[in-house]
Design a protein. Structure first.
Length: 276
């Protein structure tokens, strides 16, 4: 990269930096070596060069990070050994946001290590994770008392695990993303909304739920601000009028591809909220 550009970033005390997926390790290190002490947020989303060694060096150059985006870094070890996390956590122990969405083979071991080593995480994203046991979720909830937002979309979590997960005493979520969790049904989601009543963001796109879930959302989630029901195709007009009071507090509502909702049903639903 041009030296003048890097010098300019340093002079302006840049705190947020995002690299494109084709950036090389040498380019990332060149910039972070010079401006890293100012950085608070670093995104390496999809960068093909990201591996254990690169992160260990970056942790030394960028000691003040609070947000790290490693999503789609498919060369990164998030399976068994995760030695890089042990080393980086010595510096990044104050991280509040860790995004590992679509990283390959996120494991029980990794989630457990995050719980042990990064106690200040508020927002944790591990979309696509497989085989995370209830004991690991218990440990995560107990050790990450600060955790408020969790993205486990496209995971293999089941209704049985969700029932136990939802009732973990230490777990007090504000937002959860369960998009495309194909093993979940009404049973699991109803358990979630009954026990995690502080939820403000709930994403259920492409989950096989029915009116039962929507009615329970209206009954229990009085703080809800964002509701994504994209492609929840079993929802019908029958549930709409029972939850119209819910929309008053929402900032965002997604019914895209809910084919059984009619123009008439949606019209009555929306008109009720305008009147009240």
């Amino acid at each position: 990269l041009p030296i003048l550009l890097v010098d300019s970033l340093q002079r302006r005390c840049i705190q947020h930096l995002r690299f494109k997926h084709m950036t090389t390790a040498a380019q990332i290190l060149q910039v972070c070596k010079q401006v890293g002490s100012n950085l608070r947020e670093l995104s390496l989303q999809g960068c093909r060069c990201v591996n254990d060694n690169l992160l260990e060096i970056l942790s030394k150059y960028c000691p003040n990070l609070v947000r790290v985006d490693l999503s789609r870094c498919r060369q990164l070890d998030v399976a068994k050994n995760v030695i890089w996390l042990d080393k980086c956590a010595n510096v990044w122990g104050h991280l509040t946001v860790l995004d590992l969405n679509a990283c390959k083979d996120v494991s029980d071991v990794f989630v457990s290590k995050v719980a042990d080593l990064l106690p200040n995480v508020v927002d944790f994203s591990i979309s696509g994770c497989k085989g995370i046991g209830i004991s690991t979720w218990h440990k995560m909830a107990k050790k990450l008392s600060s955790l408020k937002h969790l993205d486990i979309s496209r995971s293999d979590i089941t209704d049985e695990v969700m029932l136990k997960f939802s009732q973990i005493p230490e777990l007090k979520l504000i937002g959860i993303n369960l998009t495309a969790c194909k093993h979940l049904t009404d049973n699991g989601i109803v358990s979630l909304v009954k026990y995690q009543t502080s939820l403000e963001v709930l994403k259920l796109a492409c989950v096989d739920i029915t009116n039962t879930t929507l009615i329970c959302i209206g009954k229990y989630l009085h703080c809800l601000k964002v509701l994504d029901l994209n492609s929840c195709r079993q929802l019908t007009d029958g549930a709409l009028l029972t939850v119209n009071a819910l929309l008053i507090n929402l900032h965002s509502l997604n019914f895209y591809s809910c084919y059984q909702l009619s123009n008439s049903g949606l019209g009555k639903f929306l008109c009720w909220t305008q009147v009240h």
